[in-house]
Design a protein around this ligand. Structure first.
Ligand code: RFL
Ligand code: PHB
Length: 390
């Protein structure tokens, strides 16, 4: 098989890149190790930054999002039994976010890719990228048991945090920056209408809790739990009781309970692989960086990376200059590190480390008081949450 851009991975990064390249008249092939059903059902992100919303619309992939997604103009912070709203448009000159699940973004992009004529191969597992430092990089892959090679001009590794493409970057040239947290998130999907029409982020002495949603009838809820917790050790009643305790605040309505249909524990970690480019191999999305989910940045960063790559390739075609392709890693890393900063700060603000000294608790409260009483501090949060334009 031969193509201009070989894309490894059909998560949001790979699928959006395929769409952007198709619109720009560049041919590409997407290899995805899992089957379509798995990719369309994997529960993950729920919040799209304004810039992501704009990119999906411009790519002709925003129609269902605009119909079914829920625009959110703020979030609520809760701590010490009090509630505080952060008003995004008022603080950012009109920016907001969209609650529209990653599963739905992927379904929309898969349908478009197939309508665009593909190729998009499911159950096609990339084994390795060869010749990344040559003009003809190749992806060796196995499709339904048969080994094959995809010959490309460029390879973009969109194969997520456990992917193989980044192994093609020589160890001597690559550096990994990482941090792990002593806690994770127990995430559940519940057939219950959201108890609040915006997301609620709660800091409590027993740990962090988040009330999010997937639709007007489905809630997505998270509890901070110790690292290594088994999701099955929490029964449904205990989850609801613990959520209730952690988000309790004066005047807050009680949680609407309902059957829990899915539950799992996500470890919390941060990592950045530098550089994000080696020769003609470009890393994008979770293949290059992981952020803790607190700031809702992972999917949005993946979008930023592939937009940067698509623009750089189009620039090369139009001008013959490799300058933007050569600058890909530096351009992406600036945004990535700002998102790391934002996600780490929000994680530290709202979570309770198991061994945190009482001094740390007092500091957290002081930071939250500052955030909820000072417009400049709230503006910083609102700008970070709604994100920079791409
Ligand atoms: P993905 O989605 O992991 O997709 C990678 C794809 O590559 C495939 N693959 C391979 N294919 C071929 N050959 C191989 N050898 C392969 N190895 C892997 C995989 O099967 C998969 O289909 O990465 P991508 O596209 O970079 O997208 C990143 C996002 O998925 C991720 O950053 C977000 O989900 C993170 N995240 C959130 N991000 C947000 O922006 N807003 C949120 O609200 C948000 N909430 C979350 C989150 C992530 C969470 N978890 C589970 C980590 C909440 C949670 C709980
Ligand atoms: C989600 O709905 O999955 C979600 C929302 C906001 C976050 C993290 C996850 O900060």
């Amino acid at each position: 098989m031969r193509t201009t851009v070989g894309i490894v991975g059909a998560g949001p990064a790979g699928l959006l890149l395929a769409r952007l390249l198709h619109r720009a008249g560049v041919d590409a092939a997407v290899l995805e190790s899992r089957d379509r059903r798995h990719v369309e059902r994997r529960q993950r992100a729920g919040i799209l930054e304004q810039g992501t919303v704009d990119v999906l619309r411009a790519a002709g992939a925003g129609e269902r999002m605009d119909r079914e997604g829920l625009r959110h103009d703020g979030i609520e912070l809760r701590y010490a039994g009090t509630r505080h709203r952060v008003d995004f448009p008022a603080l950012t000159g009109g920016r907001s976010v969209m609650a529209y699940a990653q599963t739905e973004v992927c379904k929309d992009l898969i349908a478009l890719r197939l309508a665009d004529g593909g190729p998009l191969l499911f159950e096609a597992e990339a084994l390795a990228v060869d010749g990344a430092d040559t003009d003809r990089p190749r992806v060796r892959f196995r499709h339904r048991g048969v080994e094959d090679v995809l010959e490309c001009d460029y390879v973009v590794g969109c194969d997520g945090s456990w992917g193989v493409t980044r192994r093609a970057v020589p160890a001597a040239l690559s550096r990994v920056f990482e941090q792990t947290y002593p806690f994770g998130w127990l995430g559940v999907l519940a057939d219950a209408p959201p108890s609040h029409d915006e997301l609620v982020y709660a800091r409590h002495d027993r740990g962090f809790a988040l009330l999010s949603l997937r639709s007007p009838s489905v809630s997505r809820l998270y509890l901070q739990v110790p690292a290594g917790t088994d999701a099955d050790s929490w029964d449904d009643g205990a989850i609801w009781d613990e959520l209730e305790r952690r988000v309790e605040a004066a005047g807050a309505p009680p949680l609407t309970r309902g059957p829990i249909s899915q539950k799992s524990v996500t470890p919390m970690r941060s990592s950045v692989h530098e550089p994000m480019r080696y020769g003609r191999l470009y890393l994008a999305g979770d293949a290059a960086h992981i952020v803790p989910p607190t700031g809702a940045k992972g999917l949005n960063l993946a979008v930023g990376d592939v937009v940067t790559f698509a623009r750089a390739l189009v620039h090369r075609r139009e001008t013959g200059s490799d300058a933007l392709l050569d600058g890909y890693s530096a351009t992406c890393l600036r945004r990535v590190w700002q998102a790391q900063r934002f996600s780490a700060d929000l994680t530290a603000l709202l979570h309770r480390a198991p061994d945190a000294p009482p001094f740390e608790d007092r500091l957290q409260h002081a930071r939250l008081e500052r955030l909820t009483s000072c417009r400049a501090a709230a503006t910083d949060l609102a700008e970070g949450y709604t994100g920079l334009p791409f």
